[in-house]
Write a protein that binds this ligand. Structure first.
Ligand code: NFS
Ligand code: SF4
Length: 624
């Protein structure tokens, strides 16, 4: 049977994306949606997790007439091993990003880098004290050095818990100890996962799943949390501020540079170079009005929440941004960068530049960034972009208009400040039922869904039910484009949430950062649980990733659940080939860690699911 082609309408919720999809077709640019069509139907064995390639006696596929791999591994073991490696990949991504942040802090502390500095000294001292470092009588550099050494140790072969477990409620820590899933060194848990999944090691699915949880907890409470906290120390703790989102942030009369990836270490420097008067006058000489910087994906979130830089879009907008024909340069660091961007760029005058030695793309120019050359490299890049302006073909430029306004940058520090310094008022609002609970909607786009349909509709449904929504990563762009990150969106919320938002002047959907910043949400959950003297699993909280695609998103979901937060996913990971693993994920984990996953592609039904969960948690706390 011939495959039915999806209409543009079915591919995305957004007018800006639709226009660019139409243009892409005319310009002969292939997109993720086209390639998905070519890849469909997917291999059923892979989709259900029933393929093993862990040794060369195989590869093995589990079928009715061949229920065991050559070594004798069954469906449960193979599925659990595959899942373990999947989330180890995700944890490695976030955590290696965290390590790069430690290296930056370390080199600043040693005075080896003049390109970076400590912007939030107060936070440095606060975190150092929180983690037991004596700060009295010490200089900032000395404290920064001790803190970076402590964080480096969090990655190693340590036998006891990672440092930020001081933020975890006692009950939860006890539970993790009993289950043997207290995260130790970040690298240790990831390496141990690779070890366990080697042929002939851990051949017990539930035991493997517990180590998956441990690996992901090391990501959430160490790798990601360290990335977040150091980024704040080096570049400033986010405060609520205005920004804009959608492809309309690209400027026809300016040199346009997009930054894409995750780590603010590169993008912050590009921003500085863009603001350099010398660069601006160079752009004017070339006939441009100036230089415009916009972000994509998580690096976009990082720059937006600290510097107000506009966001061009999320994961599925990255190719489409190039299709405007008005982008001179796209600078990337790592993660979630489609290799197709090089090809898309070649259809126009768009140059792609890579900056990390661990993330090079064939066909892109490589301009390596390190602690000692970043400012210089950034200027070089901006100059390249400016020179590219004269190569732009204006007859091929088409930019969707009308970016949406939004307020972003609700770090925990900013939230507590808005509440008058303590979580008390938030707890009172929850007790009174004005805010019935909170749900974090996080993660990606996936061309298998109508882009952002799930992300936006779930957020809208939840705020109607007086459930405060927290967002990070690529969901930010989705809810931003829907207008939900503006205080006026409180009008779409239920009466209770509406009242609180109006009183505080905040939107009903709060932007908390990039994907590593989901650690902020963990921290907030810890603060609330400690304040109430309960476990995180007792709180009326939920997580959700309606359109997730990445290994990192699966790791986030897993650390959420292991931390005691029920987590909804739009579709399951590749585990459904094992009943044992699937049942564990959907219900069995409940008795172990007090939370589990729920799967539901329809955002309206998902809202129902989350609402039920929040209602039952409220009951458990004796709240109506
Ligand atoms: Ni998160 Fe950020 Fe976006 Fe998904 Fe990718 S950018 S780390 S993984 S696609 S939300
Ligand atoms: Fe097959 Fe076992 Fe080798 Fe996997 S580890 S490929 S199941 S023989």
């Amino acid at each position: 049977m011939p495959k039915k082609k999806k209409s543009i309408e079915e591919k995305t919720l957004w007018p800006d994306a639709a226009r660019m999809l139409d243009k892409a077709e005319k310009d002969g640019v292939e997109t993720a949606w086209d390639r998905l069509e070519q890849q469909t139907p997917h291999c059923k064995f892979c989709q259900t997790g029933l393929t093993c390639r862990n040794c060369t006696m195989g590869p093995c596929q589990i079928r009715k007439n061949a229920p065991l791999g050559v070594c004798g591994a069954d469906a449960d073991v193979i599925v659990a091993r595959n899942f373990g490696r999947f989330v180890a990949g995700g944890s490695a991504g976030h955590s290696d990003h965290g390590r790069d942040c430690i290296e930056a802090l370390h080199s600043v502390a040693l005075g080896k880098s003049t390109d970076y500095s400590i912007k939030d000294e107060a936070k440095l001292l606060r975190i150092a004290r929180e983690l037991g470092i004596a700060v009295e009588g010490k200089g900032v550099s000395e404290v920064a050095l001790e803190l970076s050494d402590l964080f480096f140790a969090d990655f190693g072969s340590r036998q006891h818990e990672v440092s930020f477990l001081v933020r975890v409620p006692e009950k939860r820590k006890k539970l993790w100890n009993e289950l043997g899933i207290t995260p130790r060194g970040v690298d240790r848990e990831i390496a141990e996962m690779m070890h366990r999944t080697h042929m002939g090691c851990d051949n017990d699915a539930p035991n493997l799943m517990l180590h998956s949880a441990r690996t992901c907890l090391a990501d959430g409470w160490a790798g990601s949390m360290i990335a977040t906290e150091i980024s704040d120390i080096l570049f400033g703790t986010p405060k609520p501020g205005k920004s804009k989102v959608n492809l309309g942030v690209i400027q026809e009369d300016m040199v346009n540079i997009l930054v894409h990836g995750h780590n603010p270490i590169v993008s912050e420097k590009v921003l500085e170079a863009v603001n350099d008067p010398e660069m601006i006058s160079l752009a004017r000489e070339k006939g441009a009005k100036g230089i415009n910087l916009a972000g994509l994906c998580c690096t976009g979130n990082e720059l937006m929440m600290r510097q107000g830089i506009p966001l061009a879009g999320n994961h599925l907008m990255t190719e489409l941004a190039i299709v405007t024909g008005a982008v001179e340069l796209i600078v990337v660091d790592y993660q979630c960068i489609m290799p197709s961007l090089v090809t898309a760029g070649n259809c126009y005058h768009t140059k792609m530049v890579t900056t990390a030695d661990k993330a090079r793309f064939t066909g892109a120019e490589h301009v390596p960034f390190d602690m000692h050359n970043a400012s210089h490299q950034a200027r070089k890049l901006v100059q390249t972009a400016v020179e590219g302006f004269s190569r732009r073909d204006s007859s091929r430029v088409e930019i969707p208009q009308g970016p949406m306004e939004m307020i972003t940058g609700f770090s925990n520090e900013a939230i507590l400040e808005a509440l008058g310094g303590t979580p008390g008022p938030l707890i009172e609002a929850i007790k009174a039922g004005k805010i019935r609970g909170a749900a974090a909607i996080v993660g990606c786009n996936n061309p298998k869904y109508r882009q952002d349909y799930g992300n936006v509709n779930l957020a809208k449904e939840l705020i109607k039910r007086d459930i405060l929504v927290l967002v990070t990563g690529c969901v930010t762009s989705a809810v931003g484009k829907a207008g939900l990150l503006m205080p006026e969106a409180a009008d779409e919320a239920g009466a209770g949430l509406h009242e609180i938002c109006k009183a505080l002047g905040v939107p009903p959907v709060l932007h908390m950062g990039s994907c590593v910043d989901n650690a902020r949400i963990l921290q907030l959950a810890g603060i609330l649980a400690n304040e109430l003297g309960v476990d995180i699993s007792d709180l009326p909280l939920a997580g959700s990733s309606p359109e997730w695609y990445s290994e990192k998103a699966a790791a986030i979901g897993t650390y959420c659940v292991a931390s005691g937060i029920f987590t909804h996913l739009g579709h399951p990971p590749n585990i459904t080939g094992s009943e044992t693993v699937t049942n564990l994920a959907l219900s069995g984990l409940e008795s172990l860690v007090g939370a589990s996953f729920g799967i539901e592609p329809d955002p309206f039904k998902a809202a129902e699911m989350i609402d039920e969960r929040i209602t039952s948690k409220r009951k458990g706390l004796g709240l109506s």
